[in-house]
Design a protein around this ligand. Structure first.
Ligand code: GTP
Length: 598
């Protein structure tokens, strides 16, 4: 199709403002999916997404529709709303010329609305505000439109007021996209430049890349080269998403689609790389994406030592489809070989763990997540450590610093007090302009917080103290000194490496107590007594015992003399002592979260 009739756009919004529902309606109206085949949130294709009701992965889809009597190709990329998946959003934006900014008419602008909007503005996208859920009695479309107008400087006439649930006015959204979003510009005759914005590994066909063709064109059989990795291959197939992959003879400049590359090595085709043709190559690669700084790290190990190869293969493949995941090999005396992985947050970690289990059938142990600390040693050496076990001995440490974030919380004014109390409890400090009023009823609270305080349960607590109304966004500002030390957990005289954490010195006693009490509730009882201790250096700061399960070995005895009974009890005692020395207590995965939430 000619460029002038193509529109590439994505939908951005705060979580639950109705992105996926609007995408469903667009697919229905354009006849991309027949109404009777329609299931809710069609674009959330992973089971995990449907179960949890959240979007995790970006998902492209191509629609065709008539507007003013002419046929248009609309390429939509649906994106996730949760902060942990922002990287998916920023990559999608770079493949588009426009964005629908969906705002819930009962909620107004929220923190993620702002964060995603700024990402879109950075990419110079045409923004079309869409005020959603106007069917709800609590909707205040006029008021919310004023907020949006104030924020974007867009007059109300340029906004679309819809109900994504009932379909009311969704046609007008399509009209606006065609009118407002600029068509892509690339030349079909120029050398091929296609940006890889996502990829998946197909067991039979190798790496399948999701691309936005900027210049030139590509078809099956084209001899392609990746400009970053310098790998070459013949394209096995090209096509578009409907949302299932559908073969097409050619992908032209301006279009969004996929290339089955035939690469078997997952490192050959990285997200952000540029695809060109060997025979008619581009001279300069596209700028690609900036690499991401992980927020939290955790070790991932397998329960069966022999499956290490399987884990390495799985993480490599998962990384293709989850560009925000980072990993490097790690070895622990107790847990064996595994990987130290970086994540964008705890939800991201949780999803990775779940995908390893479901998609690769792997039973993994995940160590207690930790942020990265910057250590200055007495010999002047500075290093970043991503694991509590890597913290050097206190005698050689001059300074430990931790990452701090700037946090912006949007909330109705009545919750200011409760939110501030939470911020202070979490060691927050107000920034220059502590309170910024959006209007008389709503405010943006500007604070700085240590990242370690945000990753645990800050978001849940914030939702709690604000009855669900407050929302937040955050960004890294730098490292600041932290008075911390390592706390180890010893179960049945054995240190459990996976449970070590770095904690504030002034919280050590209390945290140690909470953790051992929690573990006591969680660990299964054994045939022998199990001691659970929290230690800092060589000092035990808290201790608990789980009594042994008792089996009455004398139950079958009746009559007989006392010496027989004593003999049996003696035998039991010896057996227990033996078990204890061999005794390894299996630590359930929930225990790791208990340590974190201390
Ligand atoms: P994530 O994918 O998790 O980021 O959320 P989302 O923004 O895609 O929101 P989603 O489409 O899942 O909608 C959230 C909830 O709002 C769902 O229960 C929808 O049924 C509901 N919803 C969406 N649009 C409307 C609407 O126009 N009216 C009403 N009444 N409910 C809506």
């Amino acid at each position: 199709m000619n460029n002038q009739h193509i529109r590439n756009f994505c939908i951005i919004a705060h979580i639950d403002h109705g992105k996926s529902t609007l995408a469903d309606r667009l697919l229905e109206i354009t006849g991309t999916i027949e109404k009777r085949k329609m299931q809710e949130q069609v674009l959330d294709q992973m089971d995990l997404e449907r179960e949890r009701g959240i979007t995790i992965k970006l998902q492209p889809v191509q629609m065709r529709t008539l507007v003013n009597g002419e046929e248009y190709e609309l390429n939509l990329i649906d994106t996730p709303g949760h902060v942990d998946f922002t990287y998916e959003v920023s990559r999608s934006l770079q493949a588009c010329e426009g964005a629908l900014l969906v705002v819930d008419a009962t909620q107004g602008i929220q923190a993620q609305t702002l964060a995603n909007l700024y990402l879109a503005l950075e990419q110079d996208l045409e923004i079309i505000p869409v005020i959603n859920k106007i069917d709800l009695p609590a909707a205040q479309p006029d008021h919310v439109a004023d907020e949006v107008s104030h924020l974007l400087g867009v007059p109300k006439e340029d906004m679309v007021f819809i109900s994504a649930r009932t379909g009311l006015n969704v046609e007008a959204v399509i009209q606006k996209i065609v009118e407002k979003v600029p068509p892509p510009t690339g030349e079909i005759s120029a050398p091929l430049k296609a940006l890889i914005f996502d990829s998946v590994f197909d067991d039979y066909r190798g790496v399948v890349t999701y691309v936005r063709v900027e210049e030139g064109s590509i078809q099956a059989g084209s001899h392609l080269r990746l400009m970053g990795s310098d790998a070459t291959s013949d394209a096995l197939e090209v096509g578009v998403f409907t949302p299932k992959m559908k073969v097409r003879p050619v992908l032209n400049a301006g279009e969004i689609g996929y290339i089955v590359t035939g690469f078997k090595d997952v490192k050959a085709a990285r997200v952000g790389d540029t695809v060109t043709l060997v025979d008619h190559p581009a001279t300069q690669a596209l700028p690609g994406y900036k690499t991401l700084q992980p927020m939290v790290y955790a070790g991932i190990f397998i329960k069966e030592g022999s499956e290490y190869e399987h884990l390495r293969d799985a993480i490599g493949k998962l990384k293709l489809n989850d560009a925000a995941l980072s990993f490097e090999p790690e070895h622990s005396p107790a847990l064996g070989f595994g990987f130290r992985c970086g994540f964008l947050g705890l939800l991201h970690l949780d999803i990775v763990q779940e995908r390893l289990r479901r998609e690769y059938n792997l039973d993994v142990i995940v160590t207690v997540p930790s942020v990265a600390y910057r250590i200055t040693q007495t010999n002047g050496q500075v290093k970043i450590i991503a694991s509590p076990l890597a913290l050097p001995d206190p005698s050689v440490v001059k300074l430990i610093e931790e990452p701090w974030m700037k946090v912006d919380i949007v909330s109705p004014v009545e919750y200011i007090g409760a939110i501030m109390a939470l911020l202070v409890e979490k060691r927050g400090k107000p920034r220059d302009q502590e309170l910024e009023y959006v209007d008389p009823t709503r405010v943006i609270i500007h604070y700085s917080l240590p990242l370690s305080q945000i990753v645990v349960d800050f978001y849940d607590r914030l939702k709690n103290v604000s009855s669900g109304y407050a929302s937040m966004g955050y960004d890294f500002i730098g490292f600041e000194p932290a008075d911390v030390q390592r706390m180890d957990i010893i179960v049945a005289e054995e240190m459990v490496e996976a449970l070590s954490t770095i904690i504030y010195k002034d919280e050590a006693q209390r945290a140690g107590r909470v953790v051992v009490e929690e573990l006591k509730k969680m660990l299964p009882r054994q045939m022998f007594e199990v001691k659970i201790q929290a230690s800092i250096g060589s000092k035990i700061v808290a201790s608990e015992r789980i009594p042994a399960m008792r089996k009455d070995v004398t139950a079958k005895l009746y009559g007989g003399d006392l010496s027989r009974k004593r003999k049996l009890l003696e035998k039991q005692k010896k057996g227990k002592a033996k078990m204890k020395s061999l005794g390894k207590v299996d630590i359930p995965q929930e225990a790791f979260l208990a340590v974190l939430k201390r």
